[in-house]
Write a protein that binds this ligand. Structure first.
Ligand code: AMP
Length: 176
């Protein structure tokens, strides 16, 4: 008997040891994106996990854009693209934070997120949770609220879930 389409999709995630640094096992989702039914199954599962009342999708550069954009098209919700520094011509808010490897800065584009919006934050992988926590800070600065976090894969041992905003639902399609 064949696997469930979502399980088949998640089986395509590739583990790459020692990338981008020694000791990191990188979870590479490019084979999922490259396989049409897999990308569609993952998108459907991310959409199915959305709580009622979400009014905007906030996606994190770069891989979060891919899943966030697919979710936006499937739901009709708008997409807010949180970007790495120097890319946006008009910035509403900026946050610098620690990563599993190094530090990073993210910026929220001006005039994209309405005050009072109920947001789902989308990324490919939840590791330490620093990236999502920083993004949730930007959402809050805009006067919006993080209702949910949606990721394809969660690295459970890194405890990222504990850093999500209080009250936010977390939909991880797989936890490893
Ligand atoms: P973190 O802030 O630690 O939760 O890291 C999450 C961000 O870094 C996400 O945007 C991921 O794309 C990326 N990331 C961190 N660790 C990994 C990993 N082991 N494999 C793939 N991506 C990762």
């Amino acid at each position: 008997m064949g696997l469930d389409p979502l399980d088949e999709a998640l089986a395509l995630v590739r583990e790459v040891p020692d990338f981008p640094e020694p000791g990191i096992v990188f979870r590479d989702l490019t084979p999922v994106l490259a396989h049409g039914p897999a990308f569609r199954a993952v998108t459907a599962a991310l959409v199915a996990g959305l709580p009622a009342g979400v009014t905007a999708i906030v996606a994190i550069e770069a891989r979060g854009f891919l899943f966030g954009a697919a979710m936006a098209q499937a739901t009709g919700l708008g997409l807010v693209t949180v970007r790495k520094p120097g890319k946006l011509p008009a910035v509403a808010a900026r946050a610098t934070y620690d990563l599993e490897y190094g530090t990073a800065t993210l910026e929220l584009p001006a005039a994209t997120l309405a005050a009072g919006a109920s947001v789902v934050i989308v990324d490919d992988v939840l590791a330490t949770g620093g990236t999502v926590a920083a993004t949730a800070g930007l959402v809050e600065e805009a006067g919006a609220r993080t209702a949910a976090v949606a990721v394809v894969l969660e690295l459970g041992a890194l405890g990222g879930r504990a850093r999500l905003p209080a009250g936010a639902a977390c939909n991880a399609l797989v936890t490893v």
